[in-house]
Ligand binder design. Structure first.
Ligand SMILES: [Zn+2]
Length: 191
């Protein structure tokens, strides 16, 4: 996987830890997350903002499987977004979680809340992947795009695993005639 060079500090950075930033004159600069945050903090006068890089942590799911979560903390105006995600190679894949806070929030408190959120999510399984069926009557997951379908069809990520739209459809066929409700929520909401 190719690392990219931050145009401000010059550090070689994995792609998930870079942000394309509008430099104000119509062009874009590739910055590492720390340089991006420092720029936003300076232009908004947020001297209290804790611009930290958080170390990855491992969390065990309800089947005893270990998941390594990486973090990205972004200052977005007067709010901060804290993302936790797994990587496949250097590409975010699998479980993904987000928390939104205020610019002056204690980052370690937010991290604690995000880890609790991850633990709650990893304590539940929705799909039996061996029998390819929905375990109960609820499925929670994330909508992604399916590369193999040129992005025309969704790929859903449930229990941290990719499921094609077709496979999800097959699983639903064991419930033919039943009703369903489709709720969609933004990435920081808890389902
Ligand atoms: Zn940098």
């Amino acid at each position: 996987m190719t690392y990219e060079r931050c145009e401000h500090c010059g550090n070689e950075t994995p792609p998930w830890d870079t942000i394309r930033s509008d430099s104000g004159d119509g062009s874009y600069e590739l910055l590492c997350t720390l340089c991006f945050n420092a720029r936003i903090a300076e232009s908004n006068g947020f001297t209290d903002f804790e611009n930290v890089r958080l170390d990855p942590i491992r969390i065990i799911d309800c089947h005893g499987e270990s998941h390594q979560f990486h973090f990205q903390l972004r200052l977005l105006g007067d709010r901060i977004a804290l993302d936790a995600f797994e990587l496949r190679g250097e590409i975010p894949a699998g479980y993904r979680f987000q928390l939104i806070g205020e610019a002056d929030d204690d980052v370690l408190v937010l991290l604690g809340r995000l880890v609790e959120k991850i633990r709650r999510a990893l304590s539940v399984t929705h799909i039996d992947f061996r029998e390819r069926r929905i375990i109960d009557c609820t499925v929670r997951g994330r909508i992604e795009w399916d590369e193999s379908q040129a992005g025309h069809m969704p790929l859903v990520v449930v229990d941290g695993k990719d499921i094609s739209w077709n496979d999800l459809g097959r699983m639903l066929m064991s419930m033919e005639g039943w009703q369903f409700r489709l709720d969609i929520a933004d990435p920081s909401e808890e389902l």
